[in-house]
Design a protein around this ligand. Structure first.
Ligand code: DMJ
Length: 933
């Protein structure tokens, strides 16, 4: 046992919680007591079923962790499709996502305390020994300070916290002598040079061996970081200080938080997404509760809980008040501008915000937590997982899903707060979906596209650190966990830190509040945890009654803009001009446009364009109305354009040894059998001769009754379809002739008809980029008989196939090679061109179009406000909410039809403008990812 700094050093024993630390423990205590509140509503789940589900979670964890240890360790992460370790530098770079990988066996460290929570004490003991034996923290690798802090420092501290708890119990870890803590301290010192800025905000990256700014370090020239990156250190750094007595870590984390607090936008009390670490200027002035900011808020509240320092609660409450005022638009949480917080900055939400209902539970604000959680659940029910980003009307905006745990986290906290068995059913659905759609023979694979069910060769460490903890604890009774979980607080990576730290080495705590804090008149803010007496006043159906109205929120979304119009009708005020009502021949409308600073430009080709100069508006309110009008117009166009776009389709290889696990994202055709509405075609594949399918086939006997493979090029898609159909094919797959093209990097491709009547084509036709196409061609070479399913979405594996796959090791190796073939589609460069002969004849050159992304449409980018975020408004014009809405819809359709000038959305958007918009979307999202993910 070792002591440090004269304090309760190194956590060599577990002190009892001091009486006054009730403040810190309050949140946890309240969560426990709340479980008894539920008495009616959803049917209770039996103890047996809960145990069954708990055991299922254990089995799933074994599958993920076992495969990591067997096939990837000591690499940082498992690549579950190719069943090998991801070693940085040996795989094609994925950009900033790779900054989490420091060649320090990331997944093992991130899994340490999960092992104890899941009652795998023996495995924990082994894992700790491996960390101590194998992990090197001195690698010449540039890593993210944020990720290294939450995953590695947090993982080591969580491991240490539970190691000393076990040691204290007297059975396991008797040999343990704070070695994990020593490693944590070593890592802490390695991160400190990142804080060498005048502001005290850390650089976003550091070289583990060489630190920062030395030439060998290859980092240190960055000027910006994300708010969450700079504001998510206090729990780990304070724990490190308090465990070791070395106060420097807590000091640095506090300084960074103090600086962020100073820099908050003073009138809105919001913070932006990225900040200049030298000047403190906001670089991105949009503000939400998801990517880039999320855990900054989380750590303010949890720092109060862990450290008992009132100033953190007061800061949190001030921000929370602003969030509820501007960002929360129940059930939505929408980014706004920090300077103009009434103006939305985006029309979509990201998946990271799913943690927020959990935080609201901790805060004690249950109603909005239930609402947002229910909205998210509806999105999940539609897509099986939460897409990385989705629009305000719940369309997929960014289709990936890297098995993020935030929704499970909120589900767990809501269950603890309400005791409502509904949340157990939600957890059950999460388990089912993971097993059905993400489970592969060698672990769990991230979803590349939730719409098609295709996979990515990726299993992030947070999946083991967080997902399994929350799912297990959801179904666990107190006696199913070997220690009292309420004695700990979860970090943002779900690592466990003991609440008794609040009374240990607390030299830095500031007990006094400053006069800077906003007076909040809402008595809600007095609470630090749910007061169940008040939240559920004699009403056991409380949570259910809040959820009920949201049940159809996804299917029948009611755009906010329409609600605003309704409101102004009710209040008798004159509604602002709506884009769909606008008529270019109506002088009154033209007058309103002018007031809003919007001018009309009549182009020579007959089109009309709109330009807004806010400065020319009659007032700032008119300017805002103008922005809203422009955004509505863009969305109206985009909506109409989208109606002509088909969603992606799936080609699923179902024969041995693939058994449905290989799902390829395919482009649809605007002709032939429509694979939506649950239609599908299944058959063996055969290459056509000639391979381009441009003339009558010379091998009809080979393609008869099969799905023909044809190469892109030389003639129209429709002509290829007719030739294979005449030869008796039941479907066709066109494979791109641009070598190296892939759905990973190219926008969805849609095959257009030939401009003539294509009703004679009755078979389904799909398009695969070259990388995906070669997976099928390779499979034919290796297995000869390859059967595929063409559908709108990957189907479950068939039970008999599940059985077939189990027994022989020969099968295993074949499975593996099948997955290896599949994984070859992962990393490629964008190579994408239209075949000239096809594009020249295509009536819709935009067939090369992004799926489900928001585009500006008839208004060309140059005419939009130069700051794209300035333009964003949340209105969306589809939906079927109210009579009023329908009325407006019908009215506008009639008016548009009768007015040739108002054909905004019907114009074809030039391809370069579509791509520019799409790239802008990607850049915005990549920026967001860079900021935090
Ligand atoms: C985790 O690493 C942490 O929860 C972090 O705060 C944000 N996102 C990932 C998981 O999605």
């Amino acid at each position: 046992m070792s002591e440090a700094g004269g304090g309760r050093g190194f956590g060599s024993s577990v002190p009892q919680r001091a009486p006054w630390s009730l403040v810190a423990a309050a949140a946890a205590l309240c969560l426990v007591s709340a479980t008894s509140v539920w008495t009616a509503g959803a049917s209770p789940m039996s103890r047996e079923e809960k145990q069954k589900l708990g055991n299922q979670v254990l089995e799933m964890f074994d599958h993920a962790y076992g495969n990591y240890m067997e096939h990837a360790y000591p690499a940082d992460e498992l690549m579950p499709l190719t069943c090998r370790g991801r070693v940085r530098g040996q795989e094609p770079s994925r950009g900033d996502v790779d900054d989490a990988l420091g060649k320090f066996s990331l997944t093992l460290i991130d899994s340490l305390d999960t092992l104890v929570v899941l009652n795998k004490t023996k495995e924990f003991e082994d894992a700790v020994r491996k960390v101590l034996r194998d992990v090197n923290l001195d690698n010449d690798v540039v890593v993210s300070v944020f990720e290294t802090n939450i995953r590695v420092l947090g993982g080591l501290l969580g491991g240490h916290s539970l190691a000393i708890m076990l040691k204290e119990k007297g059975e396991y870890m008797q040999w343990y002598n704070d070695e994990l803590l020593q490693m944590a301290k070593q890592l802490g010192y390695k991160l400190l040079p990142a804080f060498n800025t005048t502001s005290g905000l850390p650089y976003p990256r550091i070289n583990l061996k060489f630190g920062i700014r030395k030439p060998e370090a290859r980092t240190g020239t960055e000027t910006d970081t994300c708010t969450a990156c700079a504001g998510t250190l206090i729990l780990e750094f304070a724990a490190l200080s308090r465990f070791t007595g070395a106060t420097i870590f807590e000091e640095y984390a506090r300084k960074a938080l103090d600086f962020l607090w100073e820099k908050r936008q003073r009138s809105s009390n919001l913070v932006g997404v990225t900040i200049n670490i030298h000047t403190g200027d906001w670089v991105r002035k949009d503000s939400g509760v998801g990517a880039g900011i999320d855990s900054y808020y989380e750590y303010l509240l949890k720092a109060y809980v862990l450290l008992g320092d009132d100033s953190f609660l007061e800061r949190f409450n001030t921000h929370y008040d602003a969030i509820m005022r501007y960002i929360s638009q129940p059930p939505l949480l929408l980014d706004v501008h920090i300077h103009k917080p009434m103006l939305n900055a985006r029309t979509w939400m990201d998946a990271l915000l799913a943690f927020f209902p959990g935080l609201q539970v901790l805060k004690g604000d249950i109603r909005p937590a239930i609402e947002t959680h229910e909205m998210l659940y509806q999105v999940i029910k539609k897509h099986n997982f939460l897409p990385e980003a989705f629009t305000t009307d719940f369309r997929v905006h960014w289709a990936q899903h890297p098995l993020r745990p935030e929704f499970a986290e909120s589900t767990y906290f809501l269950y603890k707060a309400t005791g409502d068995p509904y949340y157990l059913e939600v957890g059950k659905t999460l388990i089912e979906n993971l097993n059905k759609y993400a489970r592969v023979p060698c672990g769990f694979a991230a979803m590349k596209d939730v719409r098609t069910g295709s996979h990515e060769d990726r299993m992030d460490s947070f999946f083991l650190a967080e997902m399994f903890k929350y799912l297990y604890l959801l179904f666990a009774d107190k006696e199913d966990v070997i220690f009292d979980i309420e004695d700990y607080i979860f970090t943002t990576e779900a690592h466990l830190l003991p609440l008794w730290l609040s009374t240990t080495n607390q030299r830095l705590s500031k007990k006094n509040t400053t006069s800077e804090y906003t007076e909040l008149d809402d008595s809600n803010f007095d609470w630090t945890c749910p007061n169940t007496q008040i939240l559920f006043p004699n009403d056991p159906l409380y949570a259910q009654s809040i959820r009920e109205p949201l049940k159809n929120v996804v299917d029948k979304s009611c755009p906010r803009g329409i609600i605003r119009v309704e409101e102004s009708f009710r209040s008798g005020a004159k509604p602002p001009l709506r884009a769909r009502d606008f008529m270019a021949t109506n002088p009154e409308h033209l007058e309103i446009l002018k007031k809003m600073g919007v001018s009309l430009i009549h182009l020579k080709d007959g089109r009309v364009q709109l330009v807004q100069h806010a400065i020319q508006a009659a007032s700032s309110i008119d300017a805002e109305d103008g922005l809203r009008f422009m955004q509505e117009m863009i969305e109206l166009s985009s909506q109409q354009q989208k109606e002509q776009q088909l969603p992606p389709r799936a080609v699923q290889i179902v024969s041995h040894p693939f058994f449905g696990r290989v799902v390829l994202t395919a482009g649809p055709a605007q002709f032939g059998l429509d694979l939506s509405k649950h239609k599908e075609t299944r058959g063996f594949v055969a290459s056509s001769k000639p391979y381009n399918g441009c003339s009558e086939l010379t091998n009809p006997e080979s393609v008869m009754g099969k799905i023909a493979l044809i190469q892109r090029g030389q003639c129209m898609f429709a002509e290829k379809a007719r030739n294979i159909q005449n030869a008796g094919a039941i479907g066709g797959i066109v494979i791109d002739d641009n070598e190296g093209s892939s759905s990973d990097t190219a926008p969805l491709f849609q095959m257009a008809g030939d401009g003539k009547d294509t009703d004679d084509i009755t078979i389904p036709m799909l398009f695969l980029f070259s990388k995906e196409g070669s997976i099928i061609l390779d499979a034919i070479r290796e297995y000869e008989e390859v059967e595929v399913l063409l559908s709108d979405k990957a189907k479950d594996r068939e039970p008999e196939m599940e059985n077939e796959e189990q027994p022989s090791s020969e099968n295993d190796s074949q499975n593996q090679s099948a997955e290896q073939i599949a994984s070859s589609s992962q990393e490629v460069d964008l190579v994408d061109q239209e075949s000239p002969e096809e594009s020249s004849l295509n009536s819709h050159p935009e067939s090369l179009s992004p799926a489900d992304t928001d585009n500006a449409a008839s208004i060309s980018p140059s005419e939009q406000n130069s700051n794209p975020t300035e333009n964003h408004e949340t209105t969306s014009l589809d939906g079927e909410c109210t009579d009023l809405d329908n009325q407006l819809q019908e009215q506008s359709e009639t008016e548009e039809d009768s007015n040739p000038n108002v054909s905004w959305g019907k114009k074809v958007q030039p391809i370069d403008s579509i791509l520019a918009d799409w790239n802008e979307d990607i850049e915005a999202f990549e920026m967001m990812e860079k900021d935090e993910l």
